[in-house]
Design a protein around this ligand. Structure first.
Ligand SMILES: [Zn+2]
Length: 1009
């Protein structure tokens, strides 16, 4: 005889097939023979489902997968259960009594129901008393009445049949929680057909599996508050499922009714590739209407033409003068500048002509003019000091170090050419009294004797910033003519970039503001003011890839960033001035810029209006079934605010949603994909779920997480940060192959591409300029940081994905993979540095990978703090063992040399061991969009990774992917499921399973040997 104490445990009627110490299937089949349909078997099946995390609907018929068999044998003497070898034998006198016994086993029985450890070999029901018979002959007797459960407070408000089984699971409440507690009643009638009973039993098992607490019994009880499933055979040929308050009514005749019950309990939700509710899918998408706000074209003669015109005007004046020097700064690539030099020399044969770049002029001066001289001195060089003027204009946005910044990364380029270490080249910041130029370069030999000296003054113009009273002083086009050492002519010329930028800020921005839709309170915050503005620009400018990492010199990339961020800043500031609060979501700002050598500048600008769109609420109330097909033939639902009742023939409805081909997919690991929502532009947003392999049809996310920790990793949040999406698909496979313990210890939930509209925009932008940063593609289609609308009633589906996962999985750790520029980010029209909205510099990378943690108060949340320590240590260990460590060191050195040593507050370094890990103090707040702030009781850590991946390919992309993987691995691999406490409770309230939160960190045992 087997011990009945073990029946609800692994090794009993449930099994752990994948050996992770969590039950993942049932291990019994039921021999029903069509003769007996005890109502209590509904309870028994619900409990069977409750004790596992996944199951299939194949245990109500003979099945070799399962080692135990349950059979009912009519017996005149007793109603009892015994478990002999693999045979679970239920003797019964009548259906009523066996139901009572099954209800007892389902709702009350567990290992410690009776004290002691002596095996229990028989349980029987006699005259409303339960007799529990131990092997030693001891008998415990309990009156069935004593097992009556208390009534529950839990009540249900159901608006749609589809709410019962949706993308979150079974009847999750609106509030995310690790608990999914239920109070369901099944009301049946004896006249139900055999096949209907089978489907009901299966349904109960699926509900049990999806519940983390369940009130028993679920039959023979009709409680007003409970969610009720009422099965009522009738005469109607077509069966129907009708929502009626908190009652789901199944009525109809024979086969039709079986079809209805079967569909309701078997079919998966449409978001998981099922049919259930698929007629609702069409209403999750938005229409694609669009309307233009304005269209404006811009043409200009350009800076070169103006230069030639002015030189022509002065030509007459200087034509007889000797010893002339013509110095030109112009924002053109080297090839164009060389052409111009020849042209001007032809017109002014008596002059010495120099034509310099008006973009990063100091850099080009050092490379094009100083370096050739230094190459001749190469062997003697001991040090190169570059004195840079301190920038001090009070109304300028430039940093004091702007002239040093404008040289970046000249030390590396010169060092390569001179074959010296870049540490031989250093920058000094000089007060105006100590330096009568913008730059001075002094080269000494090893003994400290001066070998070379040169200096240059750089012209700037003054351009108003989008905030009144603030200006930028970008380097500009210019020419001067010297006669000997005497300057006789000087003329400033706007660069093509400045011409267009000025036109844009003076005419376009005000037009855009004026025509924006400010009509709702949400405008500019939770929804944009305009749909988007497309700015198509063509110009001739410097576009140069440098032999240093991902560095490049691109004045149009700079313009791209200026157009994007300064437009956002304009609306931020205008909002402050008009509604007292800065607008954060102006609209999509799409600069499409083409670099075309030698052309005159031109632009075309089209703005599109914001059009209010709604996602019609759809509430399914009734489904109709015939006897011929499994799926419903007709649906009745209410639509929209008016709640019009609509009847639709859905007999031919098929459900298709294919995973997009370009979505990164794991190749080896088992994963489960579902559509969490649709983006604003109607692209499906997928979620992958990875956990210990199962072979079952159904699994419960919330039950899996009740047994093991769960980690959520979001990738591609900002779409121009490109490494996390391909990295995660690879990491899933690597975990499967190299780190199987991770999947033993936790469940992983992955958003493989969180922002598909942003990704689509990024794709369009890289078509013209593959290696630019493209910040304009970081947000969603209409320029919204979609995490701002999380937990809000929004039409932006991308904002719903994390809230849905928080509800479906209640994850312990939330990781958001991000990125930073892979190369210099400069905005000449915002003070050369990045825009003033950022309180920390992202001008050059500070690391190949670094971390950020939202951190709760250490004293109030010491356990969270211990989790964070484990994470930071874990990431540090991973990075330390890789070549990323050296890259981090390299970037730290660069960040110090160019920024931190001069301005430590703007260029902060916060180290954990050797890794940068910023900690953002976070308060708890039930309305927060951040996981740890909103759910501090059960979220243990909330992290952000930052890899230098805007926008990289090839080897650089591989490195960033590796960095993201190391961060994700290091953050989670310390988690040990065996350290976590899973708590089970069986009392008069309900049966319950829950895992204690927050996560427990492993106890490190000191090895003293
Ligand atoms: Zn980001």
């Amino acid at each position: 005889m087997r011990d009945l104490r073990e029946m609800w445990e692994i090794g009993g009627l449930v099994e752990d097939q994948n050996k992770d110490k969590v039950a993942d299937r049932v291990n019994i089949w039921f021999d029903l023979n069509g003769e007996i349909h005890p109502e209590g078997l509904i309870d028994f099946c619900a409990r069977l489902g409750f004790e596992t995390t996944s199951l299939s609907f194949d245990f109500l018929l003979q099945n070799n997968r399962y080692s135990n068999k349950l059979s009912f044998v009519k017996n005149d003497i007793e109603t009892s259960v015994e478990w002999d070898l693999n045979h679970f034998l239920v003797r019964y006198q009548n259906e009523e009594e066996v139901s009572a016994l099954l209800r007892f086993l389902a709702g009350s029985w567990h290992r410690s129901f009776v004290s002691g450890v002596v095996p229990i070999q028989k349980i029987k029901l006699n005259e409303n008393e339960i007799f529990i018979e131990a092997k030693d002959g001891n008998m415990t007797v309990i009156p069935v009445e004593a097992l009556q459960k208390t009534t529950s407070e839990k009540s249900y408000q159901i608006d749609s049949l589809i709410e019962v089984w949706n993308e979150l699971g079974f009847m999750h409440s609106d509030q995310a929680s690790p608990a999914n507690n239920h109070n369901v009643n099944f009301l049946t009638e004896d006249s139900l057909e055999h096949h209907s009973w089978i489907e009901i039993y299966y349904g109960a098992s699926r509900i049990g599996m999806e519940s983390t607490a369940l009130i028993f019994p679920i039959t023979a009880r009709n409680e007003p508050n409970a969610l009720k499933f009422h099965f009522e055979p009738g005469d109607a040929k077509d069966a129907r499922i009708q929502l009626d308050g908190n009652i789901i009514q199944f009525t109809g005749a024979g086969k039709s009714l079986t079809n209805a019950i079967s569909y309701f309990f078997r079919e998966k939700h449409w978001s998981s590739d099922g049919h259930f509710g698929c007629w609702e899918r069409q209403f999750k998408k938005l229409d694609n209407k669009e309307e233009s706000l304005f269209h404006i074209t811009w043409n200009d003669e350009g800076e070169i033409q103006e230069l030639y015109d002015k030189l022509g005007e002065w030509g007459e004046y200087v034509k007889d003068k000797k010893d002339l020097n013509i110095n030109v700064f112009i924002s053109e690539p080297n090839a164009i500048r060389n052409d111009m030099k020849r042209n001007i020399e032809n017109s002014f044969p008596q002059a010495k002509v120099s034509i310099r770049s008006a973009f990063k002029p100091g850099y080009f001066w050092l490379i094009e003019e100083v370096l050739p001289s230094l190459l001749k001195l190469r062997k003697h060089i001991g040090s190169i000091s570059i004195n840079c003027l301190k920038e001090e204009r009070a109304d300028g946005l430039e940093l004091p170090i702007r002239w040093i910044q404008e040289l970046y990364p000249v030390d590396e380029v010169m060092a390569q050419e001179l074959q010296i270490d870049s540490s031989f080249i250093d920058f000094k910041l000089c007060e105006v009294m100590d330096l009568d130029a913008t730059y001075e370069v002094i080269v000494n030999d090893i003994q400290g004797n001066q070998l070379y000296q040169n200096q240059i003054a750089i012209p700037v113009s003054k351009v108003p910033y989008v905030e009144e009273g603030k200006h930028s002083y970008p380097t500009t086009a210019y020419f001067s003519i010297y006669e000997g050492s005497k300057q006789i002519v000087q003329h400033f010329i706007q660069t093509d970039r400045e011409r267009f930028y000025t036109f844009y800020t003076e005419h376009i921005l005000s037009e855009l503001w004026g025509k924006s839709d400010h009509s709702s309170e949400e405008a500019g915050f939770l929804r944009p003011l305009f749909d988007r503005i497309e700015i198509n620009v063509e110009m001739s400018e410097e576009e140069l890839k440098l032999p240093v990492g991902e560095e490049r010199i691109s004045s149009l990339e700079a313009l791209h960033e200026d157009l994007y961020f300064n437009t956002l800043d304009y609306f931020l500031i205008k909002g402050e001035q008009t509604v007292g609060k800065g607008y954060t979501a102006a609209g999509g700002v799409y600069p499409f810029i083409k670099v075309k050598e030698g052309i005159k500048p031109k632009a075309e600008i089209t703005a599109y209006q914001w059009l209010d769109k709604t996602r019609e609420a759809i509430l399914t109330e009734q489904l109709l079934f015939n006897s011929g097909q499994r799926t419903p033939i007709e649906v009745k639902y209410r639509l929209g605010k008016e709640r019009d009742l609509i009847k639709e023939d859905i007999s031919d409805y098929v459900q298709v949603e294919k995973i997009p081909e370009d979505l990164p997919l794991p190749k080896k690991a088992q994963f489960h994909a579902w559509v969490a929502d649709y983006s604003y532009r109607n692209k499906p947003i997928y979620v992958y779920e990875v956990f210990a392999d199962i072979k079952e049809t159904y699994y419960s996310a919330i039950k899996l997480t009740a047994n093991k920790p769960t980690v959520l990793i979001e990738t591609g949040h900002h779409a121009n940060e490109v490494s996390s999406m391909p990295a995660i698909a690879e990491l899933i496979d690597e975990i499967k192959e190299k780190y199987p313990d991770i999947i033993k210890n936790m469940n992983l939930v992955i958003i493989p591409r969180a922002n598909p509209d942003g990704s689509e925009l990024h794709k369009r932008m890289i078509a013209d300029n593959p290696e630019w940063k493209h910040h304009a593609a970081r947000y969603n289609a209409v320029g919204l940081e979609y995490s701002d609308v999380r937990y809000k009633d929004t039409i932006f589906g991308e904002g719903n994905v994390v809230p849905k996962i928080m509800n479906r999985w209640a994850p312990d750790i939330v990781i958001d993979n991000h990125g930073i520029p892979s190369h210099e980010w400069t905005q000449p029209f915002a003070g050369y540095h990045i825009p003033p909205r950022f309180h920390m510099s992202y001008w050059i990378p500070n690391a190949m990978i670094y971390g950020i943690a939202r951190m709760l108060n250490k004293k109030t949340y010491p356990e969270h703090s211990a989790v964070l320590d484990s994470i930071m240590h874990g990431v540090q260990q991973r990075v330390k063992q890789s070549n990323i460590q050296d890259m981090n060191k390299y970037w730290m050195g660069r960040y110090k040399k160019y920024g931190n040593q001069f301005m430590p507050k703007l260029f902060p370094i916060e180290l954990v061991e050797e890794l940068i890990f910023y900690k953002w103090p976070t308060k708890t707040d039930t309305s927060s969009r951040d996981a740890i702030s909103r759910f501090p009781e059960w979220v243990s850590a909330d992290l952000i990774s930052e890899a230098a991946d805007e926008t990289v390919y090839g080897e650089a992309l591989e490195i960033c992917k590796e960095a993201q993987k190391l961060f994700n691995l290091g953050s989670i691999e310390w988690i040990n499921s065996e350290e976590q406490e899973v708590y089970r409770n069986y009392d008069l309230e309900d049966i319950r399973v829950e895992r204690l939160r927050p996560l427990k960190v492993p106890v490190i045992s000191e090895n003293l040997s």
